[in-house]
Design a protein around this ligand. Structure first.
Ligand code: GLY
Length: 582
C-alpha cells in the first residue's frame, strides 16, 4: 500500500487502522535536515566570489549556477535567491544572512518602475514579494515597503479595466491581444499586500477581479487549467492556449501549481469564498492525478514518451497545501490536503530529490523549466535544479516548522484574527498568556471585545495590548496607546502577559514578564478605548498582525475570575507612546 492509498483511505473517512498511522514521515528532524542542506548550499552560493550581487542564480545541473542580471526586466526569477537568504535569516537571525540578503535585494530595486509600459513585466510580484517582501517582514525597514509600493504601482499599470485582468505581456509579437497567463496568479500578492500597506486600495479590487477571471475562464470543469487565455480589447475570449505546456488543452503542472498557490493566497487576503472554492477545485484535480510519489510529470496530459517529473511544481504545491489545509473547514478535507503536502515533502527530502549528496549548488534536483513543445522545440532547463524549486521547498519546510506547533498565530485581516472566549467572562477577570513575536519589529495587537461586537477594525477592541513598531509593548488607553514602563521585545523570545480587567469600571491593568525577568506593570487601570463599542464581557480576543500574517504566536491563553487580590502596583518611569494605530 502506498501513501496515496492511505491518504485516500483517510479521505473516505474510514475509522480503521489507517487513521492511526500518519500518511507521512515528515517531521521536525527531517525539516531541520532539509534546512541544513539549504543552509550549506546557500552559504556556498552567497560567498562565491564569482557571483556578484547584481547577478542572480537561475538553474544548474551539478555545476555552477546559470545567472541572470538584475537588469533583465523580463526574467522572472531574481527574487528567489535573496528570498531564500531572508528565509535563512529568519531561522536563526544570523547577521551573515541579513547582510547577504539585503545586498541581493537592494540590487533589484532598479526594476521597480519603468516609464515604458511594454517594459513592465507582470512578474513584478514574483520578484518583489520574495525579496523586498521578506525583507520588510523580517526587518520592518520602511525602505523596503516604499520600493514594493512603487513596484505595485508599476504592476497596476498592466491592469486592463475593460477586461478586468492584468495583461501579462507585450512581447508576443501581436499573436496575443490581451493575454492572461496562469502564472500571474502569483503576482497578485504584490497588489493585495500593497493595498493593505499604504498603497492604492483599488489594487485589491484589480487583483480580485483578475483572480475571479482566472477562476471562471482558465479553470476547466474538471479542475484542470489552461495556461493562457487571450481576450479581445472588449473582453471577449479569443482563444485558450498553452505556452509552456504540452498542448492547448493540457494542464501544465507548474502552471497548475501556481493556480493552487495563487487561489489560496488570494483567499488569505480577501476571504472571498470563490477563491477558496477555486483553490479546492484545482487542488482536487491535482491530487486525483499526481503519482504515488507526489511528484507530477511536467504536464498532466503529456504522452508516455514525454515523461519528465517537475520537482518545482511539487515544491510549490507542498507549500500551498499546508496553507490551504488551514482554511478548509471540513477536518477530513483539511487533513487530506495536509497529508498530501507532507507526503510530497517526504519525497522532496529523500536522496532522490534533495541535493544533500551532490557537490552542485542546487538544493532540489529534477526540475523542468520549459519542456520541449511546438513553441520551444529545444526546451530550457530540463532536469535541473531551479532557483524557484529551491525557494518553494525552503518556504514549505519553513511553513511546516511554523505551523507544526501549538498556539494561536496572528493574521493580517479582521475578522479572521478573532478567537471566541465564551460568554461567561463578566465582572473582574484575569487573563494570562505567553506571546512570542516571530519577527522584529512588528505591529501586533492582542485585543479584546464584547461577545456581541463584530470585530472589523482596531476600533472594535475595547482593550488592546500591542507590540509596537518601535520595539516595545504598549497598551490602548482611551484615545491613544501608552506604557508606564518601557518593556522592549525581541523576535523568538517569549513574554508572559497578565491582564486584570474590570468590566464594570471599564478599566484594565497589564503586566509583562520578559524571559527570565520579573513582571513589569505597563498599564494601571487604563480606560477602555474611547471609541470602542460597549464592552460588558470578555467574549473575543483578536490576534491582529500589522503587516503580514503570523507576526506573533500566543500560547496558554487563559481567562479566569479573580480569586486573589491583584499584586501591588508600583509605577515605573513613564514615557510617551510611539507611532499611533488608528
Ligand atoms: N513564468 C513562470 C514559470 O515558468 O513557471
Amino acid at each position: 500500500m502506498n501513501r496515496k492509498m492511505i491518504v485516500n483511505g483517510l479521505l473516505a473517512g474510514c475509522l480503521c487502522v489507517f487513521a492511526a498511522a500518519p500518511a507521512w514521515a515528515f517531521d521536525n528532524a527531517t525539516a531541520d535536515r532539509v534546512l541544513q542542506t539549504a543552509q550549506q548550499k546557500l552559504r556556498a552560493t552567497s560567498s562565491d566570489p564569482t557571483i556578484p550581487t547584481n547577478q542572480y542564480p537561475k538553474a544548474t545541473t551539478n555545476g555552477p549556477w546559470r545567472l541572470v542580471p538584475n537588469t533583465a526586466n523580463f526574467d522572472w526569477v531574481q527574487g528567489f535567491f535573496p528570498g531564500q537568504l531572508w528565509l535563512m535569516y529568519e531561522q536563526g537571525r544570523d547577521p551573515y544572512w541579513r547582510t547577504k540578503a539585503d545586498a541581493w535585494t537592494r540590487n533589484l530595486e532598479i526594476q521597480k518602475s519603468n516609464t515604458d509600459l511594454r517594459q513592465i513585466t507582470h512578474d513584478l510580484g514574483f520578484k518583489f514579494m520574495t525579496s523586498f517582501g521578506q525583507a520588510y517582514r523580517l526587518t520592518g525597514d520602511d525602505y523596503y515597503r516604499q520600493v514594493m509600493l512603487t513596484a505595485a504601482t508599476s504592476l497596476a499599470r498592466r491592469y486592463n479595466p475593460t477586461v478586468g485582468v492584468i495583461d501579462c505581456c507585450d512581447w508576443n509579437d501581436g499573436t496575443w491581444h490581451v493575454p492572461m497567463v496562469v502564472d500571474t496568479m502569483m503576482n497578485l500578492e504584490l497588489l493585495f499586500w500593497g493595498a493593505r500597506n499604504g498603497g492604492n486600495a483599488a489594487w485589491n479590487d484589480m487583483a480580485l477581479s483578475h483572480a475571479r477571471k482566472t477562476a471562471s475562464d482558465m479553470v476547466r470543469a474538471d479542475g484542470g487549467t489552461f495556461h493562457v487565455v487571450d481576450y479581445s480589447t472588449s473582453g471577449a475570449i479569443l482563444s485558450r492556449k498553452t505556452y509552456q505546456g504540452y498542448s492547448d488543452s493540457s494542464t501544465w503542472a507548474r502552471g497548475h501549481a501556481w493556480a493552487i498557490y495563487g487561489f489560496t493566497m488570494a483567499y488569505r487576503y480577501t476571504r472571498d469564498p470563490g477563491m477558496l472554492q477555486a483553490a479546492q477545485k484545482v487542488t482536487d484535480y491535482y491530487l486525483a492525478r499526481v503519482p504515488a510519489d507526489y511528484i507530477p510529470n511536467w504536464d498532466f496530459n503529456a504522452p508516455p514518451d514525454q515523461q519528465q517529473k517537475d520537482s518545482s511544481a511539487a515544491a510549490i504545491v507542498a507549500s500551498a497545501l499546508q496553507e490551504l489545509s488551514r482554511y478548509v473547514t471540513d477536518p477530513t478535507v483539511a487533513q487530506r490536503y495536509r497529508n498530501a503536502a507532507l507526503a510530497t515533502l517526504d519525497t522532496l527530502a529523500s536522496p532522490a530529490y534533495l541535493g544533500s549528496a551532490t557537490t552542485g549548488p542546487g538544493i532540489l534536483l529534477h526540475g523542468v523549466a520549459f519542456y520541449r513543445n511546438a513553441i520551444n522545440p529545444r526546451g530550457e532547463d530540463i532536469d535541473k535544479s531551479l532557483i524557484y524549486g529551491d525557494y518553494y521547498l525552503v518556504e514549505a519546510v519553513s511553513r511546516f516548522k511554523l505551523w507544526n506547533q501549538d498556539g494561536w498565530l496572528s493574521t493580517l485581516g479582521f475578522p479572521e484574527s478573532v478567537r471566541s472566549l465564551g460568554t461567561g467572562n463578566t465582572g473582574v477577570r484575569i487573563v494570562e498568556f505567553d506571546v512570542t513575536p516571530l519577527s522584529y519589529p512588528i505591529d501586533g495587537v492582542i485585543g479584546y471585545a464584547d461577545t456581541s461586537t463584530n470585530v472589523t477594525a482596531y476600533s472594535s477592541l475595547a482593550m488592546a495590548i500591542r507590540m509596537n513598531p518601535s520595539g516595545s509593548f504598549d497598551v490602548r488607553r482611551g484615545a491613544a496607546y501608552a506604557a508606564l514602563a518601557n518593556v522592549p521585545y525581541q523576535a523568538n523570545a517569549t513574554y508572559h502577559v497578565r491582564m486584570r480587567t474590570d468590566l464594570n469600571a471599564k478599566t484594565y491593568s497589564v503586566w509583562v514578564r520578559p524571559p527570565g525577568g520579573t513582571e513589569v506593570l505597563i498599564a494601571d487601570r487604563f480606560a477602555f478605548r474611547s471609541d470602542a463599542p460597549a464592552t460588558d464581557d470578555l467574549g473575543k480576543v483578536s490576534l491582529k498582525s500589522g503587516h503580514f500574517d503570523n507576526e506573533f504566536r500566543v500560547r496558554n491563553h487563559t481567562v479566569r475570575a479573580e480569586t486573589t487580590a491583584a499584586p501591588s502596583t508600583r509605577l515605573r518611569t513613564g514615557r510617551s507612546a510611539p507611532a499611533q494605530r488608528p
